[in-house]
Design a binder for this molecule. Structure first.
Ligand code: SF4
Ligand code: SF4
Length: 272
């Protein structure tokens, strides 16, 4: 088992990005969110991503066709990768987390250290494994696709050569804020700092109560009634697609003949 094999598996499965974080990058992560609480012998966390076609966002951008866009890869990808690890005799644990607001959802049993369920963050794994960074809008961005990807993760006992954590610089969070300006509900307030595995970064303090009522492309997260909605196609995300494309910061954008945004964006408030 080596890194080339991992990349070959990703290619064969049609995954676009894959990276490895050593488990040492989780030393400051609380047990409730730490893969070591699930697999105490874990050595590597593998994060991967699959591009979402730009066309899936277009109906919402045009205001003519609503579809829900999944933020995570189908569990089949994680399942298949774990099977490939285990065919090599290496234990691998698939992880498709539900909304973190849902957990802990039980009682600490006997002498266990954490309550069920432990829910490692996809964004933390993907940042630590070098795929990209969380933008000011709180959504995961990569230099290849901006917000347009689904994420997946697994942990394994095998120690693979790690990738560097993402160095940052894709989201110009101090000066851009196009996402905040284009939120019709003014839900994105002054920033707060959060560490997603590559040092502290500034992200907007989002008023998710407003997002619950957002009619601008947000979809309910049905995994928990208090979970923030899926915002990957909402106005705050589409502003980012347009912004990164305009600045030439998403590599995949060069293949399109026309820009994503061709007119002023639409937007409606809570009472409209
Ligand atoms: S719109 Fe600008 S500030 Fe907002 S997430 Fe995208 S790049 Fe960052
Ligand atoms: S989901 Fe809607 S209300 Fe929430 S930040 Fe995005 S555009 Fe604003």
């Amino acid at each position: 088992m080596n890194k080339d094999m991992l990349r070959q598996w990703a290619d064969e499965l049609g995954l676009d990005l894959i990276g490895v974080a050593p488990i040492s990058r989780y030393e400051n992560v609380a047990p409730q969110w730490n893969p070591l609480s699930i697999l105490p012998t874990a050595k590597s966390v593998i994060a991967f991503a699959r591009e979402i076609p730009r066309g899936q966002f277009l109906g919402i951008e045009e205001g003519t066709f609503w579809i829900s866009i999944a933020r995570q890869t189908h569990p089949w990808y994680t399942y298949d990768l774990c099977r490939r690890f285990e065919d090599q005799g290496i234990l691998a644990v698939p992880c498709s987390p539900l909304a973190p607001q849902r957990w802990p959802d039980g009682v600490v049993f006997d002498n266990a250290k954490v309550a069920p369920n432990v829910t490692p963050s996809l964004e933390y794994a993907a940042t630590s494994a070098g795929l990209g960074e969380v933008g000011y809008n709180g959504l995961f961005l990569t230099p290849e696709f901006g917000v347009r990807q689904q994420l997946g993760m697994l942990f394994t006992e095998y120690e693979l050569p790690p990738d560097e954590p993402f160095a940052g610089g894709l989201c110009d969070r101090e000066r851009c804020a196009a996402c905040a300006h284009e939120c019709p509900l003014g839900a994105m307030g002054a920033g707060k700092t959060v560490d997603y595995g590559a040092g502290e970064i500034l992200i907007a303090d989002i008023d998710y109560k407003k997002c619950h009522y957002c009619k601008n492309g947000a979809f309910p997260d049905t995994s928990y009634h208090l979970a923030p909605p899926n915002r990957i196609a909402a106005a705050c995300a589409r502003a980012c697609i347009a912004c990164l494309e305009r600045k030439g910061l998403t590599r995949s954008a060069s293949r399109y003949k026309k820009p994503f945004r061709t007119r002023e964006p639409w937007g409606v408030g809570i009472y409209e």
